[in-house]
Write a protein that binds this ligand. Structure first.
Ligand code: SF4
Ligand code: FES
Length: 245
């Protein structure tokens, strides 16, 4: 239960890499606890009432756009979803370390997701001519697994939580593997598995996973990433070892 009398301390990472006079440091702010106070709402209050220069990313405020991911006490989380009632009186808010830093706790995830999508050619490949009057209907059993993978909100938390991704900047990580899986299982996509070989049949693809399961532990949408990984690996090993299509 939230103790509304709590005075919360926020130690927030500050740095503007564009400003040569800016030195990385932490600023500490106090916010009074209240019901339903999230890390995002606390940062908004700090920005509005204490320091207008505080820079963070926010968009939907409701767990659907992925933009607000930060490290809270060392763990990657969505600031808008993370409730203060579940945290101690003192929290440290830092940017995700994996991605290019923009300012304070904001990072550039868009570039990484765009490059990943280009590497995988992450869009539908079909030889059917597009006709807006005819729906391309899938059987339920075919579309439900696609929807499950499509729930990814590109928050970058699985990449931040992945030791392998921090060791190998080329590693596609769970978000990349989930994107590849989404098109490989889609019955409307005509690509053969071999067309993903250069990106997936490698140490920076499915063989780069070290099974530390940070992705599973922190994905805010609880996408079954290790399961999707397992299916990809089984199919790829079947292709490499047994010549299966
Ligand atoms: S798979 Fe989960 S943790 Fe990774 S980017 Fe998508 S929603 Fe975020
Ligand atoms: S602001 Fe969109 S997920 Fe948090």
């Amino acid at each position: 239960m939230a103790d509304n009398k709590r005075t919360l301390k926020f130690k927030i990472y500050r740095h503007d890499p564009q400003d040569p006079s800016s030195e990385p440091h932490y600023d500490t702010f106090e916010v009074q606890d209240r019901p339903y106070l999230s890390v995002y709402l606390a940062m908004e209050e700090i920005q509005q009432k204490q320091d207008q220069s505080l820079y963070y990313d926010i968009c939907c405020r409701s767990n659907v756009c992925g933009s607000c991911a930060v490290n809270v006490n060392g763990q990657p989380k969505l600031a808008c979803k993370t409730q203060m009632k579940d945290l101690p009186d003192e929290v440290i808010v830092e940017p995700l370390r994996y991605f290019d830093h923009i300012k304070d706790v904001a990072v550039d995830k868009g570039r990484w997701f765009m490059e990943m999508s280009h590497r995988l050619k992450g869009w539908m490949h079909t030889d059917k001519p597009f006709n807006e009057k005819i729906e391309n209907i899938q059987k339920e059993d075919d579309r439900i697994p696609v929807y499950e993978a499509e729930r990814c909100i590109e928050c970058g938390i699985c990449i931040e939580a992945c030791g392998a991704a921090h060791h190998d900047p080329e590693y596609l990580g769970s978000a990349g593997m989930n994107r590849a899986y989404r098109f490989i299982i889609d019955t409307r996509d005509v690509r053969a598995l071999d067309e993903f070989a250069e990106q997936l049949f490698t140490e920076s693809g499915v063989f780069g996973c070290e099974a530390m399961l940070g992705c599973r532990n922190f994905c805010p949408k609880e996408i079954p990433l290790p399961y999707h990984f397992g299916i990809l690996r089984r199919r790829i090993l079947g292709r490499i070892l047994l010549g299966k299509k």
